[in-house]
Design a binder for this molecule. Sequence first.
Ligand code: PBG
Length: 332
Amino acid sequence: MITGAYPLSRARRNRFDGFTRRLVAETTLTTDNLIWPIFVCDGQNTRTQVSSMPGVERVSIDLLESHLEEAVALGIPAVALFPITPPDIRDSKGREATNPDNLMCRAAREIKRLYPDLGLIGDVALDPYTDHGHDGLIENGYVVNDASVEILALQAMNQAAAGIDIIAPSDMMDGRIGAIRAALDKAGYENTRIMSYAAKYASAFYGPFRDALGSGGLLKGDKKTYQMDPANTDEALREVAQDLQEGADMVMVKPGMPYLDIIRRVRDNFAVPTFAYQVSGEYAMLMAAIQNGWLDRDRAILESLLAFRRAGCNGVLTYFAVEAARLLARGA
Ligand code: PBG
């Protein structure tokens, strides 16, 4: 080749070796970015596998100490608690949600006793407690809004009283953030934070989670009259704006990987603490490929999580949290 025909700028120079790649990296993933969702069940010394989520278990309260030990040692900042309510305790109104001795509250108190510095995130929605599997109350076949919000506010207060630090409403009722904020403040929980599932879509990717909770088989119909249509993105911005105006401290987009565009728009438009949920179906999908040897486990996990950071997330709720924290600790 003759002189002058060479490119003046070579993007590859900054990729030449490891230290240069590290210097020019625009995004990083650390353990501070990880939130671990955990499933808690009733009973003693009980540990069951979620079949559609290989490696994910439901554990009873007495096993929480050992279950959480490594996560705490690795420095994972917070866990998100999901209770498995036996069918005989469920009813049409989700009454168990407001029982101060329900599984969620007992687990929260125990975790606070064991690990006082570990952040606790509580899912607020009625689906773990209803016999129809919906997130709110049903009247004439429709999930009604305002009456559901009343119960959700009581559920949030119940969780705050048990020591939950961050209330995370995942129900998608209108006005629930404002109602929960007002209820919390009135009861003296003005520092209990709210992470709103602001843009939560009616997604096929929640299937394995509903199996884990035992609400999948119970669910009558779908959640399309309250969760968002996957076709929409401007609407996600209106949902986020509304929740922030009502007092949300942090917002969440869910599912995660198929919705990175939504995360980016939320981050650019609002510049508020933004989270995403790499949901059960995403985990199941990755694990299926990993178990078949079709994907490199460590690299696929870390790349999938880094993508959330690049899209603008502060953190990610992920069933890979402990695995990822282990890899990060090893400097992978
Ligand atoms: C329900 C809730 C769901 C998830 C978290 N909270 C499922 C649903 O909306 O049906 C899904 C999490 C996952 O799939 O990992 N309030």
